[in-house]
Write a protein that binds this ligand. Structure first.
Ligand SMILES: [Zn+2]
Length: 511
C-alpha cells in the first residue's frame, strides 16, 4: 500500500517538473522553493504532507527521467540527465569543466547539425565520448523534451513507476546472510535459458557462498577486506555485485539499465523480484549473466591484476545470455539454400518500374548495424549498404535501418520505392498508426516522417521476419565483422548469395 501511495506521489513529481507553467506548480514553487533548486530543496518541518511526500519521491523520479535532445538549448550539459547510456543519464562533472560549455547546444555544430567531435573528445572521457556520440541528433531540430525513461513512449505512468519502486524496494530481512525461507526455489530452478554454471553460481550467491573478501576475512584475519573495484568499501556480496560504483556503472550501461539507489537492496530481494515480477525471461537471463561476468571480472582483477572493463563485461554477459537463450529465441533463422520454408511467408518482388529495399538492424550493446538491400521486380540485386555504429537499444538499430534504407533510395531513379522491414513498431510509428512512439526513437521517427512527407514515391511497409532474411543476413554480417560499406550492381557480398537466390526461387516468378 505504501508503494502505491509512493507511485501516486511520483506522478505528482512528474507533473511538477513537466508542467512548470501550471498554476498549482507556480503556487508550490512560490510557497516552498522561493527560487531555490527543486532537486536540492529540504522541506521545512511545517510543510504540508503532500509537499513532504512529493520531495520524498523526488529522487526516485530523478533517476528515471531523461532529456531528448532537439536543439540542446534547454539542457545543461553537467547537471541534466541527457545521455541514455550513462548511469543516471548524467555525465560525471569534471573539475576543469569547460567554461565555454554549459548547454548541450554548445557541443553541437550548428552548420552541419552534428556533434562537435573534437570539442567533445577534449572534454570527456573515452567512455563518455562514445556515449554522447551515440545520441542521434534529429535532422530537423526541435525543442528538447523531458521524458520518463521507464515507459516505452516516454510518458509517465503510475504502473511503470510502481514497478521501479518494487525493483528498488528495500529488503525486509535484516540480515543478508540468512536465506529467506519463502524464497521461490521452485520457480528458481525452473528458470530457462541460463547456463548450468551460472545457475549454480546464483544458488551459491543466494547462500552467500562466494569467496568475497568479507567472507574470507572471517577465517583468515590478515586478508584485506576492501572491495577490489572501488577500494572504498568492505567487499561484501551485495556491495561487490550491486552497490559498488563500478558495478552500478555496469548495471546501468547494460541493456537492463538498472540503477540500485537503495543501499538496502540485496541479491536475494533482487532475484526474488525478478522471478516474481514481470521482469521476463530475457531480463533474468541477462541479469544472471551480468552477475556471473562481474564476479569473473573481479576474480581476474584480484588474481591476475587485469583491470575490469565495463563494456567488455556487458558484451560478455550479452553473448552468454544470447548463447543460452538461442534455442528459445525466434532470432535464429537457419537458412538452408534451396530449401522451401514451411512458413507461407516469403519475399515478394516489387511491381515493374519499382524497387524494393529490405532493411534490418542488429544490436549487441553498445554497437548496432543497419542494412539495406535494393532489388528490382525480377528479384535481382541493384545494390546494398551497411552501416555500423553505436547506440543504446535494439529499437534504435531498427529505426536506423529504415533511415539507411530511405537515404539509399535516393540513389535510384525509379517511379516507386518500397522500404520494407520487420520492425512493426517502427513502420506503425512512421505511418502514425502507433500512438506511442518509443522515446528512444522519437528523433528517428520524426525524420522518417519528414522523408515520407517530402517524397510521394516512397512507402514504408512491414513484413514478417521470415520474408526479410536477406536484410537480416546482411545486418548480422555487418555487425559480426564491423562492415560499413556499399555494394552497387548485381554482385552481392558472399553472405547474400544464398538468401537472394532463395528469394528468387521461392516461387514468386512462376507466373
Ligand atoms: Zn566497491
Amino acid at each position: 500500500m505504501e508503494l502505491v501511495n509512493g507511485a501516486l506521489l511520483g506522478k505528482l513529481v512528474w507533473k511538477f517538473i513537466s508542467e512548470p507553467d501550471s498554476i498549482w506548480v507556480q503556487l508550490l514553487k512560490a510557497r516552498y522553493l522561493k527560487g531555490a533548486d527543486f532537486w536540492l530543496h529540504k522541506p521545512p518541518p511545517t510543510a504540508s504532507c503532500i509537499w513532504k511526500g512529493l520531495i520524498g519521491m523526488r529522487d526516485h523520479v530523478k533517476q528515471n527521467i531523461i532529456w531528448l535532445i532537439g536543439n540542446g538549448c534547454s539542457v545543461n550539459v553537467w547537471t541534466d540527465p541527457w545521455v541514455p547510456s550513462l548511469p543516471n543519464f548524467r555525465l560525471v562533472p569534471t573539475v576543469e569543466a569547460h567554461s565555454r560549455v554549459v548547454w548541450v547546444k554548445d557541443l553541437i555544430l550548428v552548420d552541419s547539425n552534428s556533434w562537435n567531435v573534437q570539442l567533445i573528445s577534449e572534454i570527456f572521457s573515452e567512455f563518455e565520448v562514445r556515449a554522447i556520440l551515440s545520441i542521434r541528433l534529429p535532422v530537423v531540430p526541435g525543442a528538447d523534451r523531458l521524458v520518463w525513461s521507464k515507459s516505452n513512449n516516454g510518458q509517465f505512468s503510475v504502473k511503470s513507476f510502481y514497478k521501479q519502486l518494487i525493483i528498488q524496494a528495500p529488503s525486509n530481512s535484516s540480515s543478508s546472510s540468512t536465506i529467506d525461507p519463502d524464497f521461490p526455489w521452485g520457480k528458481f530452478w525452473k528458470l530457462q535459458g541460463i547456463s548450468p554454471r551460472v545457475h549454480m553460481f546464483l544458488w551459491r550467491l543466494l547462500h552467500n557462498g562466494i569467496a568475497s573478501r568479507s567472507n574470507s576475512s572471517k577465517f583468515i584475519s590478515e586478508i584485506n577486506a576492501d572491495c577490489p573495484f572501488c577500494l572504498c568499501a568492505i567487499e561484501t556480496r551485495d556491495h561487490l555485485l550491486l552497490h559498488c560504483s563500478f558495478s552500478q556503472a555496469v548495471w546501468f550501461a547494460s541493456p537492463l539499465g538498472l540503477h540500485f539507489e537503495d543501499s538496502s537492496i540485496t541479491i536475494d530481494t533482487m532475484l526474488r523480484n525478478w522471478i516474481e515480477s514481470e521482469f521476463g525471461t530475457e531480463g533474468i537471463q541477462l541479469g544472471a549473466s551480468l552477475l556471473w561476468c562481474l564476479w569473473k571480472a573481479r576474480n581476474r582483477l584480484v588474481f591476475d591484476k587485469i583491470q575490469p572493463d565495463i563494456l567488455k563485461i556487458i558484451d560478455a554477459a550479452c553473448t552468454l545470455a544470447k548463447d543460452y537463450s538461442a534455442p528459445f529465441s525466434e532470432d535464429v533463422v537457419d537458412f538452408v539454400p534451396g530449401q522451401n520454408l514451411t512458413s507461407h511467408v516469403r519475399w515478394i518482388p516489387p511491381a515493374p518500374n519499382s524497387i524494393k529495399i529490405n532493411v534490418d538492424g542488429a544490436f549487441v550493446f553498445p554497437r548496432y548495424s543497419a542494412a539495406a538491400v535494393a532489388r528490382n521486380s525480377e528479384g535481382a540485386l541493384l545494390g546494398c549498404i551497411t552501416s555500423v555504429s553505436e547506440c543504446s537499444s535494439p529499437i534504435e538499430a531498427e529505426a536506423f535501418a529504415f533511415l539507411l534504407g530511405a537515404s539509399f533510395a535516393s540513389r535510384f531513379h525509379t517511379e516507386r520505392v518500397i522500404i520494407e522491414g520487420d520492425a512493426k513498431l517502427v513502420v506503425q510509428a512512421i505511418s502514425g498508426t502507433q500512438e506511442d512512439i518509443p522515446w528512444r526513437i522519437q528523433s528517428h521517427i520524426s525524420d522518417l516522417r519528414h522523408v515520407l512527407h517530402r517524397d510521394d514515391n516512397l512507402e514504408f511497409v512491414f513484413i514478417k521476419r521470415d520474408a526479410n532474411c536477406v536484410a537480416h543476413s546482411l545486418a548480422k554480417f555487418a555487425l559480426d565483422f564491423t562492415v560499413s560499406d556499399v555494394w552497387l550492381g548485381p554482385y552481392p557480398p558472399s553472405c547474400l548469395v544464398a538468401p537472394i537466390a532463395t528469394d528468387r526461387e521461392s516461387g514468386c516468378f512462376d507466373s
